[in-house]
Design a protein around this ligand. Structure first.
Ligand SMILES: Cc1cc2nc3c(=O)[nH]c(=O)nc-3n(C[C@H](O)[C@H](O)[C@H](O)COP(=O)(O)O)c2cc1C
Length: 369
């Protein structure tokens, strides 16, 4: 499965995998795809360094990339304490009442939540880049907006391609004006922050809007058939996030969460502001229902909501409080029904792609070509 872009990056298959887990990123690249490590959780540069060292040691010299979160709106110069001070008391009370209703225990004395907002702050992302540029990364992706021009230049000086996620043709054109190299057109079905346009409509719209810039199709892809469809729509590859969550290499915080993902159907996700303040697709739970209930206080804007719920999310995960337990995941969760290795998932994707292409060739009267 070769496209101009996969050839340029030196990968066997034009399958890009976003993941927060180093072992998954390395396994995707080893399998012949392109693993991209999500950096948002690395607030300490040394932790990122440790995990990039690990990837380097386990990627067999194959190419990989890094994804940072530099929001379009800068929150520079603002500390977590400043953001804390902006959170209304009524919202804190709502969090406490909801946790009490489900009997969610407190964290241990001195234990801090693993999930912080600082990963979304520009300075933190810049510190991550200072670390990452010491490694032979081949791609830098940016979620939530166009990367700053100086970051694009810095990447290009090192021969690193720059990608940015877009949920509309308008966003994609803005990225293009900012000098990036690849647009990831991410549809409504996708896990994590999403726009409102479904991949079937979005992919060709973005392909046409930014041509000749290469586009990767993202959102709702979990089979070779869907990869074939995305390439038929004009994409130069696909970008998958959810599918890797139930691989054996993933390090999800709780076995109950894995069970929930394996059991979930495609209708069991919701696009909710409950996690970060911006619409993000995730498992629908009694926690998201509480935030989306019109009789409740409603969510706060980013980055307040993320800080407000950070400790609560850690408590729910630590104590595996089943009705509240969730994660960002896309509608493709309905097809994530068994735990398999990244290599097994990859084999399934590439074989399914070949079968889909054969089928279309037969329909087009080109069998045997
Ligand atoms: C658990 C999870 C976390 C995500 N976090 C990020 C992120 O930090 N940065 C980013 O660019 N995209 C993030 N995404 C979105 C992915 O990059 C990707 O676009 C999306 O998962 C593709 O759709 P799919 O989930 O249907 O495969 C996340 C997705 C998931 C499932």
């Amino acid at each position: 499965m070769q496209t101009e872009l996969s050839k340029k990056l030196g990968v066997e298959h034009a399958i890009f995998g976003f993941t927060p887990f180093p072992a998954v990123a390395a396994a995707i690249s080893r399998a012949g795809g392109f693993g991209v490590l999500g950096a948002v959780r690395y607030t300490a540069p040394d932790d990122l360094k440790r995990d990039l060292d690990w990837i380097e040691a386990h990627v067999d010299g194959k190419p990989y990339g890094l994804d940072v979160v530099m929001p379009a709106k800068k929150v520079e110069g603002v500390t977590e304490a400043d953001v804390e001070a902006m959170i209304p008391e009524g919202h804190r009370q709502f969090v406490n009442d909801t946790l009490a209703k489900y009997g969610v225990p407190e964290l241990a004395e001195g234990e801090v939540s693993g999930w912080r907002i600082t990963g979304w702050m520009e300075q933190v992302a810049r510190n991550q880049l200072d670390v990452a540029f010491d490694y032979p990364i081949k791609l830098l992706a940016n979620a939530l907006g166009s990367p700053p021009v100086d970051v694009v230049e810095r990447a290009h000086d090192r021969g690193v391609l720059v990608a940015a996620l877009a949920g509309s043709a308008r966003h994609a054109r803005k990225h293009q004006e900012g000098g990036i190299d690849i647009v990831v057109a991410q549809g409504y079905e996708a896990g994590g922050h999403t726009g409102e346009i479904a991949s079937m409509v979005l992919t060709p719209e973005v392909v046409d809007a930014v041509s000749p810039l290469p586009v990767l199709a993202a959102g709702g892809i979990g089979s070779g058939r869907q990869i074939a469809a995305a390439l038929a729509l004009g994409a130069q590859g696909v970008w998958l996030g959810s599918l890797w969550l139930t691989t054996t290499e993933a390090e999800l915080p709780s076995p109950k969460l894995i069970e929930k993902l394996l059991a979930a159907e495609s209708g069991d996700t919701v696009r909710s502001r409950a996690l970060t303040g911006k619409p993000a697709r995730q498992l629908r739970t009694e926690w998201t229902d509480a935030w989306d209930d019109p009789t409740g206080p409603g969510t706060l804007p980013m980055p307040l909501q993320g800080l407000l719920v950070a400790e609560a999310v850690s408590r729910i995960q630590k104590y595996e409080v089943e009705p509240l337990l969730g994660t960002p995941v896309g509608q493709i969760v309905g097809r994530m029904n068994s735990e398999r290795s990244v290599q097994a998932v990859f084999d399934d994707l590439t074989r399914g792609f070949e079968r889909a292409v054969d089928r279309v060739n037969r329909i087009a009267g080109r069998s045997g070509q």
